[in-house]
Design a protein around this ligand. Structure first.
Ligand code: TXA
Ligand code: MG
Length: 334
């Protein structure tokens, strides 16, 4: 199969819609990461997502809709706090897990009673979803366990020859996946951290908890139990307080002929000036927004040439950094 990358315009939208209605897959941009979409009503199309990604069969997908879509067509029993959150944050990087009306294919939610709904704010995503006029089931458009894609080229690297079309909407600005929020209980509960933080949610909803699986307890967001986001090279992760050990490691590895790179934020980089050449640094940036936005991009850039990425965690770990640390630990931690 030939894989085309096309800018989002009238012509590519016609093609994308046809592919979806014919049961095929279309990759599309969002403000977080690129998605790999199928018609959410079509079970055999949704199954194709699991096949091409190599995704475990018990990890549910989220459904993407345009901003004027009536969520009541997909979900029911929407609590008042969830309606308030939707009003405040959607379209945007927040996925609401709600009771399913069982109108979309059961394959989407792996037979669960709930379904995750997401209304992306990316203009190209909105155009695509509006034009297709369908709810689109989509995970991140990467081979399972690989780093999530934030450009059309990243999607191409994973799926060339396996899907017909990638809609190119430029680099995703957010850089990490949406916050997944369980809205089926009395109080919302963060299942996966992201750019909409627990604090931001609590401010609107009155309260918000974070799900922490206890030993032996069933993981509520099945995706959280799998290894994830890993680049195709060796990785190491050091705390900010142990940055000097990262430097020792880098020096040792380079002396042994290993192509080692340091991945760190601007703050840490300043401590390494004179010790690590610019060409060996995968720079994450200064602010939390920048670091989130650059994380997957830099992991993808690094894996092209590095034998080893030595990551140093940023010092600040609150707010958006909770989500960043979650991804960084899974990508580079042991
Ligand atoms: O930003 C995003 O959310 C991106 C873009 C493409 O929209 N999508 C994305 O999808 O990250 P995926 O499949 O890679 O991650 C979806 C996460 C998984 O951890 C999955 O287990 C969880 O959401 N999830 C989906 N439906 C769920 C449900 N009904 N109950 C609990 N967790 C659910
Ligand atoms: Mg994913």
């Amino acid at each position: 199969m030939q894989t085309e990358i096309q800018k989002i315009d009238e012509g590519s939208l016609v093609t994308a819609k046809k592919i979806l209605y014919d049961g095929g897959l279309v990759a599309f941009p969002t403000e977080t990461v690129y998605g790999l979409g199928a018609n959410a009503f079509d079970s055999s199309a949704v199954k194709k997502i699991y096949e091409v990604k190599g995704r475990p069969q018990d990890n549910p997908l989220i459904v993407h809709v345009h901003k004027d879509y009536d969520l009541d067509r997909i979900v029911c029993d929407i609590p008042q706090y969830a309606a308030k959150l939707a009003e405040k944050f959607l379209p945007g990087p927040l996925t609401l897990v709600l009771k399913s009306r069982q109108t979309v294919s059961p394959v989407v939610s792996c037979g669960l009673e709930t379904v995750g709904v997401r209304m992306p704010s990316h203009e190209g995503a909105q155009r695509f979803l509006k034009y297709a006029d369908l709810p689109v089931a989509a995970p991140s458009a990467n081979i399972s366990k690989h780093v999530s894609p934030v450009t059309a080229e990243h999607v191409y690297a994973d799926f060339n020859g396996k899907i017909p079309l990638i809609l190119d909407g430029g680099k995703s600005s957010g850089g990490i996946e949406s916050t997944v929020l369980d809205c089926t209980g009395a109080v919302p509960c963060v299942l996966r951290s992201g750019l909409i933080t627990r604090e931001m949610i609590a401010e609107v909803a009155g309260d918000c908890t974070t799900f922490v699986p206890k030993d032996g307890e069933k993981v509520r967001s099945p995706g959280m139990k799998y290894k994830h986001y890993s680049p195709n090279c060796r990785t190491m992760l050091f705390d900010y307080a142990n940055a000097f050990r990262a430097l020792e490691e880098y020096n040792g590895q380079r002396s042994a002929g290993v192509k080692a790179f340091i991945m760190c934020d601007d703050d840490c980089r300043r401590n390494f000036f004179g010790c690590v050449p610019e060409s060996d640094v995968l720079m994450l940036g200064k602010t939390a927004d920048e670091i989130a936005s650059n994380l997957y991009f830099k992991l993808r850039e690094g894996e092209k040439t590095a034998d080893l990425i030595i990551a140093v965690a940023p010092k600040e770990q609150d707010g958006i950094m909770v989500g960043v640390m979650n991804r960084l630990t899974k990508a580079c931690g042991s």
